[in-house]
Design a protein around this ligand. Structure first.
Ligand SMILES: Cc1cc2nc3c(=O)[nH]c(=O)nc-3n(C[C@H](O)[C@H](O)[C@H](O)COP(=O)(O)OP(=O)(O)OC[C@H]3O[C@@H](n4cnc5c(N)ncnc54)[C@H](O)[C@@H]3O)c2cc1C
Length: 465
């Protein structure tokens, strides 16, 4: 997801400056194809197997390769650096109680440890740059409890399972990513927001009620953080500890429906997007795509590939008001499709999914996460920065965010273009690096006690010590 409305994300320029300043740190990362041999890894595997059983300690090449990749290849700049590190062993615990002894063992034997959910992060966050062990948490998927306004689960639980469980209780998640089947721990540690963020903000804006975290220390004694105290552990790529369980916010379930509309001009489509964002009761999601993106989506009668597409997940009772907004701005409602199909399709085409569809259909593109209400106006200057630009927008109560996709030339051109976009007032989040870039001061302070030896997902936190 795009630019953090709280402004706590480093700008692309700030991050680039930092990356250059700490070039030595970056150079200690494994070079392409490098296979690490961490001293003590054999002893670690033997002891881990004694703790958890042989089946939990996996060393087959195919498993090591899979655990060493995520979706970094979506960035041509990162893709040129791949493979960037390889797991030496994959650990597959099946309950959160098994995590503490593994982390204590990694600490004792000085083994790098990279937590992992479904491996769908698109900044290379889950790549074990320094080898060592990958802690695959997808086997820790139990839902541990739920009540009025909250649900608690193991880190490997799927967001889709949490939503389904909440619905049986007449509730629903505050938010989930467009990669709906990904893990709770991965979404909190590597993601940012999604369906529901329009009204509820990012996953650092109160969604997390508490987290239980295992630090990489001699005892690896778990601790629980609540509310704002959880911020250093959110979107920190596991560098501040392994989240074993999390409690996140629910709200009363609504009857959602999917509204699909098409527009002929950018100005009318963005005017409708702005009005839909302010609709009451609040929509769960409002997205906009240019035809150049719509044509890459799977064909659907609700999606006209020749026009701009505006889609909204709205409460059924807001249907007439939403239709009036579309018509007032000269658009056409192509379909109103009830749940589950309508809202599910709209979620599945949100945030980074249009990028995915474009890149699947056509070669040679890169993308940027962008933000700012300047995007609602005439897009000519924004589109002139990079050749072949196509835009996807997400409406938020906190401001417009989105994705810019364009033809890739080379790294230097991307960074020149980012500077040009910023000069136009467009916020840009750099998706072409794998370094933690949010709430850095909090993260660095937490790391001092949570990972004094720098063993957790090493190489992803610049200037930590
Ligand atoms: C096409 C596409 C669309 C996407 N859409 C969205 C979107 O709408 N919103 C969004 O926010 N993101 C999106 N993403 C990014 C990503 O899919 C989500 O953030 C997803 O929820 C990450 O979950 P995961 O299980 O795949 O995590 P992983 O990729 O496995 O892990 C993500 C990071 O968290 C760390 N981590 C994992 N588990 C733990 C744990 N238990 N404790 C500590 N650290 C941990 C990992 O080391 C890694 O750094 C998208 C990605 C793609 C490719």
């Amino acid at each position: 997801m795009a630019v953090d409305p709280k402004g706590t994300t480093l700008s692309a320029a700030e991050l680039r400056r930092m990356t250059e300043l700490v070039a030595d740190d970056a150079m200690s990362v494994a070079g392409p194809g490098t296979t690490h041999r961490t001293p003590g890894i054999e002893e670690f595997c033997t002891e881990a197997a004694a703790l958890l059983g042989e089946d939990t300690v996996v060393r087959e090449d195919s498993a090591l390769d899979k655990a060493s990749r995520d979706w970094a290849h979506m960035s041509p700049i990162l893709a040129a650096k791949l493979p960037a590190g390889r797991a030496e062993v994959v650990l597959r615990p099946s309950s959160y109680e098994q995590i503490q002894p593994l982390v204590a063992l990694a600490h004792r034997l000085r083994i790098p440890l990279t937590p992992r959910g479904k491996g769908t992060g698109n900044y290379g966050q889950a790549i074990p740059l320094h080898g060592g062990a990958v802690l695959d948490l997808t086997g820790c998927g139990r839902i541990l409890g739920a009540g009025d306004g909250w649900i608690r689960a193991e880190a490997g639980a799927k967001m889709s399972d949490l939503e389904a469980h909440a619905r049986t209780l007449g509730q629903e998640l505050w938010m989930f990513p467009s990669t709906f089947g990904t893990s709770l721990g991965g979404f909190l540690s590597g993601g940012n927001g999604g369906t529901g963020s329009l009204a509820n903000g990012t996953n650092g804006d109160g969604f997390v009620r508490d987290l239980t975290v295992v630090p990489c220390t001699a005892e690896a004694e778990p601790f629980t953080v609540r509310g704002e105290e959880a911020l250093p552990y959110i979107h920190a790529y596991g560098t501040t500890g392994i989240t074993t369980t999390a409690t996140v916010a629910l709200q009363p379930a609504r009857v959602w429906t999917g509204l699909f509309a098409s527009f002929d001009t950018w100005t009318s489509a963005t005017a409708a997007l702005s009005d839909l964002v302010r609709l009451e009761p609040a929509p769960r999601l409002v997205s906009l795509d240019e035809p150049g993106l719509v044509e890459t989506f799977e064909a659907d009668p609700a999606l006209d590939p020749a026009t701009l597409s505006v889609r909204a997940i709205i409460e059924e009772q807001a249907g007439d008001d939403a239709r009036a907004i579309i018509e007032k701005h000269g658009g056409r409602v192509t379909e109103v499709r009830p749940a589950p199909r309508g809202p599910a399709l709209i979620s599945s085409l949100s945030f980074n999914h249009p990028t995915y569809h474009l890149m699947k259909a056509k070669e040679g593109y890169f993308h940027l996460e962008i933000g700012g209400d300047v995007l609602l106006g005439d897009p000519a200057a924004v589109k002139a920065v990079f050749p072949g630009t196509v835009l996807h927008l997400e409406g938020m109560r906190s401001g417009t965010v989105g994705m810019l996709m364009a033809h890739y030339q080379d790294e230097a051109t991307v960074y020149e273009g980012i500077a040009a976009l910023e000069a136009l007032g467009v916020g840009v989040h750099d998706v072409h690096n794998w370094y933690v870039d949010r709430r850095l001061d909090l993260v660095r302070a937490a790391v001092r006690t949570a990972d004094p030896l720098g063993l957790l997902n090493p190489g992803h936190l610049l200037g930590a010590r």
